[in-house]
Design a protein around this ligand. Structure first.
Ligand code: AMP
Length: 422
């Protein structure tokens, strides 16, 4: 993300004093580009479609005007009669981690509202009872994953007929995680008169269709530059079987702290952590086999800098707010080019330059080319001193994509199932 020069400040965007005071305390000196484009339009009541990755400051971009709207309208006549299990601002997010994180950010932005705006997060994987209790008497803002929200609606813990503003955060991710039907069901329960904001890192057809159905003459923000522009991307060619050795070498050479390493399977994460442990590098794993409590603990210690290396599957790729993450490494390449962007978006957070490094052997080579092509980047192939690719690899890299020989089909690597990936 580029830093804005000669930009509007938060006051000029129309934010009210209690929010401005908080931004000052948080040392947000100026709006990020997405905030600059979004905040005043949302305050004016416009629908919005925004291209924004994690790290762009998108959470504040939608949370600040939503908070302001609710704060200013809470005590007015328009809200009279709103009681019980109401919700005014609904934010749909793809993962439980993101739900927690967005709700925490909102609560933090609202500290000077003295409790005037209530925020609750609901997500699966934990007991529903606590969430039902928290929803008693309704809530001003609800941050929810789609499945758990529907559960709570069916048990009458919440109703959506009073929603004034809907935010779809990481819409592409929600749809790619298979929430299409749930979202359709939720949309049917919402009143038609409402303001809708849609944030997405990428715009596949499914998202565009949803956008056309949902948004009314929307303002378009940053649709062309939803990339991780403060992330330096590098790619190292390594010999087959040497990725771990190269990784150890790099971690030791650069003394990186807070490295996020992506591996495509849960077993792969565990194996890599074991191998690193043998080389005296302490790493934690973060994947779907860990219970929610354990995941939270791992994340907290990583955020606090107590653990330098976190090895994760793609569930960690999106939405986690780990500030100033300096290095993200693709030990395994992600399956899709969009996931590559999501992963590298974990580094180079607001105003910081991050490094996104991919390790590829000759079997990854063509897949990486596809990733580059789709994401419109072309990176120089580098090698690590002492681990230069051997002649066999270099020859393979120079060859055009090999066609399967003879009549027999080339055996393809089995795609991991979603469950294996989590
Ligand atoms: P997000 O893209 O919403 O996940 O935000 C990325 C990170 O940037 C979070 O840690 C925010 O606290 C931080 N952030 C958001 N807006 C600003 C800003 N205007 N100035 C400095 N940091 C910000």
């Amino acid at each position: 993300m580029t830093t804005v020069t000669a930009s509007a400040n938060f006051t000029e965007l129309g934010l009210i004093p209690p929010l401005l005071a908080r931004l000052n305390e948080l040392e947000y000196q100026q709006p990020t580009p997405i905030q600059e484009q979004v905040i005043s339009s949302v305050l004016e009541g416009r629908d919005l479609i925004a291209g924004a990755n994690t790290g762009s400051g998108k959470t504040a971009a939608f949370s600040l005007p939503l908070l302001q709207y609710l704060y200013e309208n809470k005590s007015t006549k328009s809200n009279e009669g709103v009681k019980g299990n109401y919700v005014s601002g609904l934010i749909l997010v793809p993962t439980r981690e993101l739900a927690k994180q967005v709700a925490d950010s909102i609560k933090s932005y609202a500290v000077h509202f003295n409790g005037a705006v209530k925020t609750v997060a609901v997500f699966g994987g934990v007991s529903v009872n606590t969430q039902m209790l928290a929803l008693r008497g309704g809530t001003d803002i609800l941050v929810a994953t789609p499945g758990r929200l529907l559960d709570l609606i069916s048990s009458n813990a919440i109703k959506l007929d009073k929603v004034k503003m809907l935010v779809l955060d990481e819409a592409d991710r929600m749809l790619s995680l298979g929430f299409t039907d749930e979202i359709a069901e939720i949309l049917d329960l919402l009143p038609s008169a409402k303001q809708t904001l849609l944030f997405s890192a990428t715009f596949p057809e499914e998202v565009t269709t949803l956008t056309q159905k949902l948004l009314n003459n929307p303002v378009e923000a940053q649709l062309q530059s939803a990339d991780a522009s403060t992330v330096v991307q590098r790619v190292f060619t390594v010999n087959k079987g040497e990725k771990t050795a190269v990784l150890v070498h790099l971690i030791q050479q650069y003394q990186w702290r807070q490295v996020l390493i992506f591996v495509n399977s849960k077993n792969g994460c565990n194996h890599l952590a074991d191998k690193l442990a043998k080389r005296d590098i302490v790493a934690e794993v973060f994947h779907g086999d860990k219970a929610q409590g354990a995941r939270n603990r791992v994340l907290d210690s990583f955020k606090a800098g107590e653990v330098d290396v976190l090895i994760a599957t793609d569930i960690a790729a999106r939405g986690l707010d780990i500030e100033k993450l300096p290095v993200v490494i693709n030990f395994d390449l992600p399956r899709s080019p969009a996931d590559y962007m999501h992963r590298i978006g974990r580094s180079g957070r607001a105003g910081e330059v991050g490094l996104a490094l991919s390790l590829i052997d000759h079997e990854d080579y063509h897949h990486f080319k596809v990733i580059e092509k789709k994401n419109k980047v072309q990176l120089e192939r580098e090698s690590v001193e002492g681990f230069e690719p051997n002649a066999v690899v270099t020859a393979a890299l120079d060859k055009p994509m090999a066609k399967p020989e003879g009549t027999g089909k080339k055996k393809r690597k089995k795609k991991p199932t979603d469950n294996e990936l989590k």
